[in-house]
Design a protein around this ligand. Structure first.
Ligand SMILES: C[S@@+](CC[C@H](N)C(=O)[O-])C[C@H]1O[C@@H](n2cnc3c(N)ncnc32)[C@H](O)[C@@H]1O
Length: 247
């Protein structure tokens, strides 16, 4: 079963996107949107795509600046949560303290000042590697922690330019976890040594994106914390890189 369809992951991601801040680490989906918005500052802000949007926080945050935002995720459960939240403005969920003990929580778009712009956002359950014909003409594509969940990340990077306008920006963030349960070893972009040389995922991304993109600035670290239970948290540092479409 896709882990992103389970109750456990739904509650973890609802809290990750809309819940408390842990260990003083900023809200990652909102921080990523802020970086995207700063990056685009004088550029076109008509249409943005959030690939692997999960329960939707980055999509809503991007709508502060973009006229239209599309959030896409493979998980039907995640898309259902994002869609219900958009429709009702609030969504109840619960987080685990320990075992079967839980605390009730509520995501609230008005409390985040996102309620007035939520109608700019639409969510679709789709495969980021096989997008439907509706996707074209984006000024920004954000793919947050998606790359290391794909079966064939190279195929994704080879084709993503076609959805972006010329001069549009692709923002990729990932902790490069390289798990064979998601990406078979032969499809890794990096994370191995070849002819005595270390190949990093960023090196593989540069090669794959080179035909259509130039990298903007240097990659930055963006930390995040996902709460599993009252006493267990994942603290991860994603690397975020920005790429401008030039061909
Ligand atoms: C590690 S989570 C990151 C979610 C979100 N971007 C964030 O940073 O909180 C990976 C997300 O990608 C989604 N996903 C995995 N494979 C996908 C695919 N082929 N197309 C679209 N979404 C996918 C999962 O359902 C999950 O929501």
């Amino acid at each position: 079963m896709n882990p992103y369809e389970t109750d456990e992951l739904v509650t973890q991601y609802m809290e990750f996107h809309y819940g408390d801040r842990y260990f003083e680490v900023e809200n990652y989906p909102a921080k990523c949107a802020q970086i995207c918005i700063e990056l685009i500052h004088n550029g076109a802000t008509r249409k943005a795509l959030d690939l692997g949007c999960a329960v939707g926080r980055t999509s809503f945050e991007l709508a502060r600046t973009f006229d239209e935002v599309i959030g896409v995720d493979l998980s039907a459960r995640f898309i259902e949560c994002a869609t219900q939240l958009k429709k009702r403005g609030t969504l109840d969920y619960s987080i685990i303290t320990e075992g079967e003990l839980v605390i009730p929580r509520q995501a609230d778009l008005a409390a985040l000042k996102l309620d007035q712009i939520a109608n700019r956002v639409t969510f679709f359950q789709e495969d980021a590697c096989d997008l439907s014909a509706r996707h074209e003409g984006y000024d920004l594509i954000f793919a947050g922690n998606l790359l290391d969940r794909l079966q064939d990340p190279r195929r994704f990077l080879d084709s993503v330019h076609q959805y972006l306008n010329m001069g549009g920006v692709l923002v990729m963030s990932s902790p490069y976890t390289l798990l064979e349960e998601y990406t078979p070893r032969e499809n890794w972009l990096g994370g191995y040594s070849e002819d005595g040389q270390d190949i990093r995922v960023l090196d593989g991304m540069k090669i794959a994106l080179e035909p259509h993109f130039t990298m903007l600035g240097e990659p930055v670290d963006v930390p995040f914390v996902i709460r599993e239970t009252q006493r267990k948290f994942q603290h991860t540092i994603a690397e975020l890189s920005c790429w401008k479409r030039i061909k």
